[in-house]
Write a protein that binds this ligand. Structure first.
Ligand code: PMP
Length: 360
């Protein structure tokens, strides 16, 4: 056995929380309902924009994503200097935490929520404070109670991944009034485009009126650009400047910038697709409830089934039918709303599960 010295990763990496990606599609025929992706293929106008980038791979992209930032500022009605694109919104999330929290600081969020929060917090050297969901939704009063002098950042995932539940305007305003001004509150609105409930506030409006509010959005979900990795933060200048300072240089690729700009220009076509998904969301949710399932109201492109100990068995039943869903061991299953044929197949499995007497 060699005893020669060798570079070694930090030993505490062994304790780091891990990101579990949605299971890949295997077998045939099959549907991937495990990563909250858009089931529709890219729009021709978007693939054309990406194709136009192909003969420039030898050059770095625009490091400031200038065109994208300008178009987003117009679309969102916020100043361009507030917008910071990154490698998916998870890339910007990582930078937000790194820019605001470190050793001795706390990052607060509901749990269960987006599973990147604990690992990003861990990597920044900060401590996670997790406040349990109540009735599958954020418990904002308990979260405000959990803020301490060490809290630097609070995530509010709206709609929440994986439960799909939302927090509404009045409760959010009340919460923001209780959080100290020097704590950054980050609304993770990865699924904002699927929200239909008028009581759910647009994070942009809250951001404009409150210097300690930032918003995260992505092109991965409603815009269908998951593989290109582009999202953004909207934050007031001190935070936005810090994000630009610590971002990976040239992080957002040229094809990703071009596709995002083309997608913003295709708003009505994409809105049509979002309407198809929300229509299917309603149909699947109604059918599940009709066959005895308890399904929390979802404003996202997925539904949550709390299965407890039956999670693994239900996941296996889905996989047997060529359906990849996202299990959270001993908690439940998140299923993405897909194309109608995928949803039909999922309903068949879920209804059969109830009929067979299995407990949800
Ligand atoms: N936030 C939430 C709540 C998410 O569910 C996801 C994707 N699963 C993201 C952020 C990150 O998306 P992306 O990095 O693809 O933009």
């Amino acid at each position: 056995m060699s005893t020669s010295p060798a570079p070694r990763p930090r030993t505490d990496l062994r304790t780091m929380p891990r990101y579990v990606p949605g299971r890949p599609a295997v077998g045939d025929p099959l549907y991937k309902l495990s990563s909250n992706e858009n089931p529709y293929p890219p729009l021709p106008s978007v693939t054309d924009a990406v194709r136009a980038e192909l003969d420039q791979f030898n050059r770095y992209p625009d490091p400031a994503s200038t065109r994208l930032v300008t178009e987003l500022a117009t679309t969102l009605g916020v100043p361009a200097e507030h917008i910071v694109p990154g490698t998916g919104s998870v890339g910007v999330t990582k930078d937000l935490v790194r820019a605001t929290a470190g050793e001795g600081d706390e990052v607060l969020y509901a749990w269960r929520s987006f599973e990147a929060y604990p690992l990003i917090t861990w990597a920044a050297g900060a401590a996670s404070v997790q406040v349990p969901l109540r009735d599958e939704a954020h418990d904002l009063d308990a979260m405000a109670d959990a803020v301490t002098a060490r809290t630097r950042l609070v995530f509010v995932c709206n709609p929440n991944n994986p439960t799909g539940t939302v927090v509404c305007r009045a409760a959010l305003e009340r919460f923001l009034d209780r959080v100290p001004q020097d704590v950054l509150v980050v609304f993770d609105e990865a699924y904002r485009e699927f929200v239909q409930d008028p009581e759910v506030p647009d994070g942009m409006a809250l951001h404009l009126g409150r210097p300690n509010v930032a918003v995260l959005r992505t092109f991965s979900k409603a815009y269908g650009l998951a593989r290109l990795r582009v999202g953004y933060a909207v934050a007031h200048p001190p935070v936005a400047e810090a994000l630009r300072a610590i971002a990976v240089p040239f992080g957002v690729s040229g094809p990703a910038q071009a596709a995002a700009v083309a997608s913003l220009a295709a708003g009505p076509e994409l809105a049509e697709r979002v309407r198809a998904v929300t229509g299917e969301r309603r149909r699947v949710c109604d059918a599940l409830r009709g066959s005895g399932w308890t399904v929390p109201p979802s404003e996202a492109n997925f539904l949550w089934l709390r299965l407890g100990e039956a999670t693994e068995a239900f996941t296996a039943a889905c996989e047997d039918e060529g359906l990849m869903v996202r299990p959270y061991p001993r908690e439940g299953v998140r299923v993405t709303v897909g194309e109608p044929a995928a949803n039909d197949r999922f309903l068949k499995v879920a209804e059969g599960w109830r009929d067979s007497g299995a407990r949800a």
